[in-house]
Write a protein that binds this ligand. Structure first.
Ligand SMILES: NC(=O)C1=CN([C@@H]2O[C@H](COP(=O)(O)OP(=O)(O)OC[C@H]3O[C@@H](n4cnc5c(N)ncnc54)[C@H](O)[C@@H]3O)[C@@H](O)[C@H]2O)C=CC1
Ligand SMILES: O=C(O)C(=O)Cc1ccc(O)cc1
Length: 368
């Protein structure tokens, strides 16, 4: 890019901050952040995420060539309400990062003046963490970044946005907004409902028998990781993808009925077939290429929460000449378990450490 480009980021959180960090790698790009919370802007300024910050929307957007609305979904609508009354650059592109698309795209079409090009967007990468502290210039690397331009959006405007987004190193694709909501409803939104519903079910059993949360390890942690996501954000997402989610829920109820029917009948062959079919599809899912995020050779270890345990682990590793670069206690769950995160220098040392600690009876896993 030869000319200076000014970018406004509306909502400097995890996604807005990560976009800012990606785009400002180009020295011709200048990033202005807007947030309703001054503390988000302060953090973003001190950590070098944005060049300038303001809590005045007009100041943020006045010079912008491209405006990214990266607020929670309901606040994307609120921002679309405000933009038409503000002074904007000619030819400005407004885009968003909301997890749902058809409602937002429809609303933007109604609200935006004709001089403004709106292009819906959704980077398909994120985290259950939120806030600018968790932002990274590599968050979107090798992930899909879906653009949902309406059919009358000029091609050169879509190209302009797509070429800027090349700085995120994401794979930019185009999709119809409704198709997006249907597909993402089943691979992202609905799984968030299931994960949280499962956690709530187990929590209700746990009220009368606390062994539930004590024994909840491995598989339960894996399938429920996304239940730690931001409740407000997911409230908005569900309310914005109602129709598809209701239909998926009906299909889900049938699918659950089917498999429970097999359990009731004791149909061993079909139960095995059920697991086999799922495994085949799951194993065939594309993985984000290695190096998608900076390689972190992290190992998580459940540790009994008493002194001496961490010393024992580091001694075991040291005795085998396995180097570690970082050590962190992630959380202490009640009285029983803490989670220790050990960062190794290399994949090889991670694997050696994992094998050793398994051998000594620790419950280890590679992802939180
Ligand atoms: N978290 C994730 O993994 C992903 C989230 N998204 C979408 O990105 C958007 C932002 O999500 P996160 O960055 O995770 O949330 P976040 O909570 O980390 O950041 C949101 C930011 O928006 C600010 N904000 C709230 N109301 C605002 C308003 N009216 N105007 C301007 N700023 C406002 C908040 O103060 C906060 O700094 C959401 O629409 C979400 O659906 C998209 C892809 C992945
Ligand atoms: O891994 C996770 O926690 C996610 O589910 C990431 C995610 C969250 C929301 C999106 O709209 C897209 C991706």
């Amino acid at each position: 890019m030869e000319m200076k480009t000014t970018i406004a980021i509306i909502g400097v959180g995890l996604i807005g901050g990560s976009i800012a960090l990606s785009l400002r790698q180009d020295p011709q790009v200048s990033v202005v952040g807007f947030d309703v919370r001054q503390e988000c802007l302060d953090k973003a300024l001190t950590s070098g995420v944005i060049h300038a910050g303001t809590t005045d929307l007009q100041t943020a957007v006045r010079e912008a060539n491209i405006i990214f609305i990266a607020a929670p979904v309901e606040q994307i609508y609120a921002t679309l309400d405000r933009l038409p009354s503000l002074s904007l650059q000619p030819g400005v592109i407004v885009t968003d990062v909301g997890s749902t698309k058809s409602g937002i795209v429809r609303y933007a079409r109604e609200k935006m003046p004709r001089e403004v090009t709106f292009i819906g967007g959704h980077p398909m990468a994120g985290s259950h963490k939120s806030g600018v502290e968790a932002a990274s210039d590599r968050l979107f690397e090798n992930a899909y970044y879906v653009l949902t331009p309406a059919s009358d959006v000029p091609e050169d405007q879509v190209e302009k946005l797509a070429s800027l987004l090349a700085l995120t190193r994401a794979k930019v694709i185009r999709m119809d907004p409704d198709e997006h909501d249907q597909v993402v409803g089943s691979v992202s939104h609905f799984p968030h409902i299931l994960a949280s519903a499962l956690v709530n079910l187990v929590a209700s059993y746990d009220d009368s028998n606390p062994w539930h949360h004590r024994l909840a390890a491995g598989g339960f942690r894996d399938i429920t990781r996304i239940a730690s996501s931001n409740p407000r954000m997911w409230r908005d997402v569900l309310l914005n993808n109602r129709e598809h989610l209701l239909r998926i829920a009906e299909d889900w109820a049938k699918a659950l009925d089917n498999v429970m029917g097999l359990v009731k009948e004791g149909d061993a062959e079909q139960i095995e077939h059920f697991f086999r079919t799922a495994r085949d599809f799951r194993d065939g899912l594309p993985e984000r290429k290695k190096g998608a995020m900076p390689p972190l050779y992290d190992l998580y270890i459940d540790i009994p929460d008493h002194p001496g345990e961490i010393g024992r682990i580091t001694t075991l590793l040291g005795a085998k000449n396995i180097n570690i670069t970082n050590l962190q206690i992630r959380e202490t769950r009640e009285d029983i378990l803490g989670v220790l995160r050990i960062t190794f220098r290399s994949q090889l040392e991670l694997e050696k450490g994992e094998e050793l600690l398994c051998y000594f009876g620790y419950n280890v896993y590679r992802r939180e």
